[in-house]
Design a protein around this ligand. Structure first.
Ligand SMILES: *[C@@H]1O[C@H](CO)[C@@H](O)[C@H](O)[C@H]1NC(C)=O
Length: 329
């Protein structure tokens, strides 16, 4: 079963903190061993290390995960198939309120709730591709209100959301993510968290880092090409996965954990998981939780159930960066 509800034991002396700060400033590659556009190489550790190490620096929070389920509709609304997937989640979570955002209500929401961050509002509204906005919006919604975000092509596998977070982590976890790729890949592959299902308490500092990193990434693009955000073309945008998608989210979470936990965070601590693991206040779920078909487990390694299935029905991989209102033929 799930291990460890020990209280945090990791402590920094101020000297260590100082050294860490110096390292971070002088050698940014310490926090992020990657140069522009280069793949992150994370070795796969031996899967035997099922230790009970408690997570450093998690502090209990009185807030529970808000009972909200967020969806974002495209111009085509909800297909019959998507309706079934959505219902599979709503039916087993009757106390959760579902919130369906549209392009219009998404814009209005960001304008209303992020007035104190004109950089966010202006960038969001100017983004010329639906997929970039869809990525950005989920982080904004979760940051502002928390809850759980589902893509429209996600179905639930029967376990109510209340039971997703092991009891001993409920107080400590502020962000719940699941591996998309974790177990059964080749050496040196790049791990990433799924973005089709993300759960958060409001104001997660890790999501705050994601938001700032996205803004910075977009700024870099506009400088590189000497254009405004609105003038970005699909070619300039390049790899969406990297700019706003799962790889962005994963990098920002690593960065944020490293900034808060210092040496208490090692990417390998959350690699090759067979059960949920709390690191700081981030609960990382194993690949089978959100992405069973993207991982390769021996049957005995599945120590819990699949929670959702992602049906890969996304419609953004075209040069409009999103679905059009035309019917699909
Ligand atoms: C950037 O674009 C503006 C107008 O679009 C132009 O005036 C300016 O010279 C450009 N700068 C560079 C460095 O190309």
């Amino acid at each position: 079963m799930f291990l460890s509800n020990r209280r945090p034991t990791f402590k920094f002396s101020s000297i260590v903190t100082l050294i860490a700060l110096v390292l971070v400033f002088c050698f940014p590659s310490y926090i992020w061993p990657v140069t522009d556009g280069e793949a992150i190489r994370i070795p796969i550790p031996a899967p035997s290390s099922q230790t009970t190490a408690s997570s450093p620096k998690a502090t209990p929070s009185a807030t529970a995960f808000p009972e909200k389920i967020w969806y974002k509709l495209g111009p085509r609304g909800v297909t019959e198939q998507a309706r079934k997937w959505i219902d599979s989640c709503l039916d087993i979570n009757p106390t959760h309120k579902s919130k369906f955002m549209t392009d219009l209500s998404g814009d209005a929401y960001v304008k209303e709730h992020f007035t104190h961050r004109p950089d966010i509002v202006n960038t969001f509204l100017a983004l010329p591709f639906p997929i970039l906005k869809a990525d950005f919006l989920r982080y904004l919604l979760l940051f502002n209100e928390g809850g759980i975000y589902f893509d429209l092509d996600v179905s639930c596998e029967g376990l109510p959301i209340h039971d997703w977070v092991p009891e001993q982590y409920k107080k400590y976890a502020g962000l719940v993510v699941g591996w998309e790729f974790d177990v059964g890949w080749w050496d040196g592959f790049m791990r990433q968290f799924a973005t089709w299902t993300i759960m958060a308490k409001p104001r997660s500092p890790h999501i705050s880092v994601m938001l700032d990193d996205i803004l910075e990434g977009l700024q870099e693009k506009t400088k590189e090409y000497n254009v405004t955000i609105a003038e970005l073309t699909w070619t300039m945008v390049g790899d969406v996965v990297d700019l706003t998608g799962p790889r962005r989210m994963t990098r920002s979470i690593y960065k944020s954990l490293k900034a808060t936990l210092g040496d208490g965070f090692d990417q390998e601590d959350i690699a090759a998981l067979y059960e949920p693991k709390l690191i700081g206040d981030v609960l990382v779920l194993p690949g089978y939780s959100f992405a069973l078909s993207s991982n390769h487990y021996k049957p005995e390694d599945m120590q819990g159930p699949a929670l959702v299935t992602h049906h890969f029905d996304g419609s953004w991989k075209n040069d409009h960066g999103g679905e059009t209102a035309d019917p699909v033929l």
